[in-house]
Write a protein of this length. Structure first.
Length: 118
């Protein structure tokens, strides 16, 4: 009879550990995106990570100070996607592709990055 109680206790303990592990995973799957949702979009692992960036505008200023908008993003980056963060790399790509550019200004979701082309 004692061996039966020990076996039942082990099964009970394993079942409790498994239940706790499943509950921890479920809580993490809800908590991490919820915390990310409270921060400005887009956030990795957040509910809005693919939709929070919005459209991109790019302006090129030539050596004479004349401004013009860049509209052919597909020609420049192969596949323009508005959910990609374009600020880190797009200004340099525009400078490299436009020989007349003296300055490039890229704006996305209220954030602006300007660089001078060299």
């Amino acid at each position: 009879m004692d061996a039966l109680h020990i076996t039942d206790a082990r099964k009970s303990r394993r079942g409790l550990i498994g239940t706790i592990a499943v509950l921890v995973v479920i809580v993490l799957q809800i908590a991490i995106p919820l915390v990310a949702l409270l921060q400005p979009p887009p956030q990795k692992f957040g509910f809005q990570m693919y939709s929070g960036l919005g459209g991109v505008t790019a302006t090129v200023v030539d050596g004479d100070g004349a401004e013009r908008s860049v509209t052919d993003f597909d020609q420049l980056v192969a596949k323009y996607r508005p959910d990609t963060d374009w600020l880190p790399l797009l200004p340099e790509a525009i400078c490299d592709s436009d020989a007349d550019a003296a300055e490039v200004r890229v704006e996305q979701s209220g954030r602006v990055r300007s660089i001078e082309c060299g």
